[in-house]
Design a protein around this ligand. Structure first.
Ligand code: IDP
Ligand code: MG
Length: 152
């Protein structure tokens, strides 16, 4: 049986500043998944802290929040681009294409390995993708209203 999954992808402020949003979407499009949701979001700090609640208490959480709020990148309105992809093994396929969290350790042909940077103590790694099915569903519900995502 096909393992049909949904996953949340966020294009982060460093990628928007670098003008590689189209390149990232092109790479993800070639995975053969279906794009079922897309929007531009100017997130509140509360949204970012909820999205990254698993980082609470780490020494780098405030830096990550500042990064996602656009404080390190020249992006008007601190915007983020949010997408939902759906398809067979969507979570592993997208995670494989974006690469490991640490851009200096990510394989060089992945998106994070190609375009990510560590600046100060923040990993500016261009893109977020859900890591597991329950995480994906929680994240999609956080960033999208149900009617904003196509249902196949
Ligand atoms: P993921 O984005 O690969 O799923 P998570 O562990 O969920 O990785 O961390 C969320 C984000 O927090 C990362 O994408 C990265 O931007 C940042 N981050 C994670 N670990 C570190 C760290 O050790 N130092 C600095 N930033 C980190
Ligand atoms: Mg994660």
């Amino acid at each position: 049986m096909a393992n049909i999954e949904r996953t949340l992808v966020l294009i982060k402020p460093d990628a928007i500043e670098k003008r590689i949003s189209g390149l990232i979407l092109d790479r993800l499009d070639r995975l053969g998944l279906q794009l079922t949701g897309a929007k531009v979001v100017s997130p509140t700090e509360e949204l970012i802290r909820t999205h990254y609640k698993h980082l609470a208490g780490t020494p780098f959480v405030d830096g990550v929040v500042d990064y996602m709020m656009g404080k390190y990148n020249n992006v008007p309105n601190h915007k983020i681009y949010a997408f939902v992809f759906q398809g067979e093994d969507a979570i592993a396929k997208v995670r494989g294409e974006i690469g490991s969290t640490n851009p200096e350790k990510a394989a060089p042909w992945t998106i994070r390995g190609s375009f990510g940077r560590i600046i100060g103590d923040v990993m500016q790694n261009c893109v977020h993708a859900s890591g597991a099915p329950d995480e994906a569903e929680q994240e999609i519900a956080l960033w999208f209203k149900p009617e904003e995502v196509l249902d196949f």
